[in-house]
Design a protein around this ligand. Structure first.
Ligand SMILES: [Zn+2]
Length: 91
């Protein structure tokens, strides 16, 4: 990459903040396991005894999203999602 185009991570805050304020249920995932694309709202969710949730692909049972919540922090593992598509927020 061209070093003249490189900025520090703070430069991504505006764009990432816009993307990560999306409506989760209508966002579309593509499963890393089987390639299925569907809305997050159509996936299966398992509550892990107050520690967090696991969102699984209904087609192949791959863990799409693991969300942990502990000591005031969230930890999000998106390894099971090949791609996430979200609608641009009108504004
Ligand atoms: Zn799958």
């Amino acid at each position: 990459m061209d070093d003249k185009l490189r900025l520090d991570g703070n430069a991504a805050a505006g764009t990432l903040g816009e993307v990560f304020s999306f409506e989760v249920t209508t966002a579309e995932y593509t499963c890393e396991g089987c390639g299925k694309t569907d809305r997050i709202g159509a996936a299966m969710v398992y509550d892990v005894r107050g520690l967090g949730i696991i969102v699984r692909c209904p087609s192949c049972d791959n863990a799409l999203i693991r969300l942990g919540h502990n000591r005031g922090r969230y930890r999000i593992d998106l390894r099971g999602v090949r791609q996430l598509q979200v609608e641009e927020v009108a504004g």
